[in-house]
Write a protein that binds this ligand. Sequence first.
Ligand SMILES: [Zn+2]
Length: 482
Amino acid sequence: MEYETVIGLEVHVQLSTKSKIFCSCDTSFGAAPNENTCPICLGMPGVLPVLNKEVVQRAIRVGLATESTIADYSQFARKNYFYPDLPKGYQISQYDKPVAERGKIEIVLDGETKTIGITRVHIEEDAGKLIHGENLGHPDSSYVDLNRTGVPLLEIVSEPDIRSPEEAKKYLEKLKTILLYLDVSDCNMEEGSLRCDANVSIRPMGATQFGTRTELKNMNSFRFLQRALDYEVERQRQVLEDGGKVVQETRLYDPDKNVTISMRGKEEAHDYRYFPDPDLVPVVVNSDWVEEARATLPELPDAKRDRFVAEYSLPTYDAEVLTAVRAVADYFEEAAKGNKNSKAVSNWVMGDVLRVLKEKNLTAGECPVTPAMLSGMLDLMDKGVISGKIAKTVFDEMAATGKDAKTVVEEKGLTQISDTGAIEAEVDKIIAANPSQVAEYRGGKDKLIGFFVGQVMRATKGKANPALVNEILTEKLGKPGS
Ligand SMILES: [Zn+2]
């Protein structure tokens, strides 16, 4: 039987505000355990939370960027459960009145655009962290670090519109891109700033009812997300093929074994006994506030991609790659300013610039080859001072030394040989040294022209102007077969 996969993602993103959501404690990562705490985030009796306005600002920005409707009235609720990393015994979250609802995100897969609905965006506080004793020399003990308690989170819940693990990955990548453009979070998956749970089910192809779903947790990288989903979809298919039933439950992904393991029976919303938090007033967002936030939104990835296609005549693929990271898009635009050949700029950015950034683990803003340096190098190519082949050497030298192209070319003597006399002399030498190839070429084997060009380029260490070499060779060798 053919099955259809149905996936919905719940993404938790840690907002990079300076202070926590309901107190003024510092949110920075890596402080000594329990250093960033106070009576409020420790959940002491009698304390009162005060909402950080910046959290709401950021939630509104995310809501607008995902084309969600911003609620003019939203409310905090208590989600009650016990766990050692949650000193209050409840998490402050939003329940039936979230800050934003009914949005969407577009993804592109194999050239096709698809819209994934956003059910809701809501604000909540993070819980603390348990550190188990193995690494501390006390294997039987667990330690509680409450630095993360009260750090603001947004939960972004998608509709069950995703139809494959690959689409899920694309969706998460796109969401991350948007969040980074908005500068609301650092989205560092390793540090847990971006975390993702997935609801997964399968159903016979063509069915309209959803199958029983499981919830997958602990997928802290794009690779793990896709692998965990691949595994879970296949596991459910086997259960159904064997005549069994999928059980609604929460499952944990184990990246070492690449399996999902049953963790607990799935809880329902009523298990949490949600009720409005009496310590916090409702959040009222008037239209002025929304419009103010809208006015400060940056150009978003889709709009930037479409503009790159229109303004620089780039293929959609290039525009998609260049705009995936805002700093790379800025780099490209800066370098393209002085160059008419935008496609050449795009090729260099997508190729060598991204390669260097990856090798050196840098952001585009930190690239040792600045946009002006790249642009200067392309200028030298346009003027015929260096060939495309030499440009590769020049680029690597710029990346290693931070010197501009002109200096590198002068210091290393890399100027392209465009002197006809010098090239003719080399061509004569090559022709004299390879009589049998010359005979074959003249006998009709015209593909040998590549051999001769290669020989001349090698003799000149790649510095001969390739167009001139071709021209002179063809002239001296005569027509093949003549
Ligand atoms: Zn605090």
